[in-house]
Ligand binder design. Structure first.
Ligand code: NAD
Length: 358
């Protein structure tokens, strides 16, 4: 990869390669855009097949965080930390604390939360070396798990899509297919059932499905065909990249709204969805609830403010859907244009001098 060309193409400010010669920790920190405020992003620990794959992930995920913050109306930018490989259990604390020290050197340009391969307990270890962590366990002063808030945001996205399509936001009687019953998927299922939706769900982990069936009475489905299940709303809540251009033809839903980051293989898939008449709630808007909760910790956590900001996902999506329909463009294209516009306008007000203190 020509790294500078890629940074230029995506608009990144900074990519930092970190190596600790004693523990062998290798980590890449990507900071995409800090026009609105310090970068925020999760820390992923993953056995990447190559350095290039890790770098690609860091660049892509940090970029998405910028979009997410901008459209959630919060003053933060996009960042990401990826750690290459998996520490031996006895090395884990050392890796995390070494990483914490590297993050501290950025003096708050980046705040880090949990992601695939890391837990809130890992953040508590990192916090021994850096101030700049979000999403600590409640016992450490954090706001706790983000699953409930993230799921609430996805519900708001579904309601906006239903309102746009059918003139009513009610989920009552709607058939929703959920892929992935993890922290967000299971909570989403619970909130859907409470609202009278009929949920069909799948997970590659049979225990997760068993729990949802016994506790919530939902219909189980095959994880290999869940995306093709006939339904009103498809909710991808597992991994990214699950819908490609060819797969669009097999979908049997009217709306897609879920929590997974980047569920579409690329942005052209969004245009294919539009052509098939499937309304897509861009993931970086629908799944912003988790980020809204975490960044609120940095402002002095207020549950009421978090609720208010998560509810706003409904209004933002109504605007995106209406503009996309009016302009005959995909919802992703329109949403990205809104991000650009917000970054441009807010950066521009920084031309106003705050005066000189010395
Ligand atoms: P999780 O790891 O708790 O759950 C993911 C679930 O998906 C697991 O139960 C896993 O077994 C299942 N799964 C994996 N591959 C599958 C497949 N092919 N078919 C069916 N099930 C499959 O993760 P989570 O925190 O619930 O997050 C889910 C998604 O939402 C991720 O993409 C994550 O990045 C995104 N997200 C999460 C949050 C949050 O606050 N947790 C916020 C924003 C976005």
């Amino acid at each position: 990869m020509d790294i500078f060309a890629e940074m230029k193409r995506r608009g990144h400010e900074q990519v930092i390669f970190n190596y600790d010669r004693v523990t062998g920790l290798q980590a890449i920190i990507a900071i995409h855009d800090t026009s609105l405020g310090p970068a925020v992003g999760g820390c992923r620990i993953w056995p990447y097949p190559s350095e290039e794959a890790a770098l690609e992930d860091a660049l892509r995920l940090s970029e998405t965080m910028t979009y997410k913050a901008a459209l959630a109306g919060i003053d933060f930018g996009g960042g990401k930390v990826v750690v290459l490989g998996e520490p031996e259990p006895e090395q884990r604390e050392l890796w995390l604390r070494a990483l914490g020290r590297f993050i501290e050197t950025l003096h708050g340009r980046l705040w880090v939360g949990e992601d695939v391969g890391t837990s809130a307990e890992d953040l508590a270890l990192m916090q021994r070396e850096t101030h700049y962590v979000m999403g600590l366990p409640v016992a450490y002063g954090g706001s706790g798990d983000t699953g409930v808030t993230a799921a609430r945001g996805v519900i708001a996205a579904m309601e906006a899509a239903l309102m746009h399509r059918h003139g009513s936001r009610s989920l009552e009687g709607r058939r929703v297919a959920v892929q992935g019953l993890g922290k967000v998927g299971l909570e989403l299922t619970r909130q859907l059932v409470e609202r009278g939706a009929q949920v069909v769900a799948a997970d590659i982990n049979p225990h997760a499905v068993g729990k949802a069936v016994s506790e919530l009475g939902i219909e189980p489905a095959d994880p290999w065909t869940i995306l093709e299940t006939p339904c009103d709303i498809l909710a991808p809540c597992a991994l990214g990249g699950v819908i490609d251009a060819e797969g669009v033809g097999r979908l049997r839903c009217q709306i897609i709204a879920g929590s997974a980051n980047n569920p579409l293989k690329d942005n052209q898939v969004a245009e294919k969805l539009r052509q098939r008449g499937i309304l897509y709630a861009p993931d970086f808007i629908a799944n912003a609830g988790g980020m809204i909760q975490l960044t609120d910790e940095l402002e002095g956590f207020r549950a009421e403010r978090v609720r208010h900001r998560v509810e706003a996902i409904y209004e933002i999506l109504l605007q995106v859907f209406a503009s996309a329909e009016r302009q005959g463009r995909s919802t992703v294209e329109v949403a990205l244009e809104m991000v650009e516009e917000r970054l441009r306008l807010l950066t521009d007000i920084h031309r106003i001098s705050l005066g000189r203190s010395r």
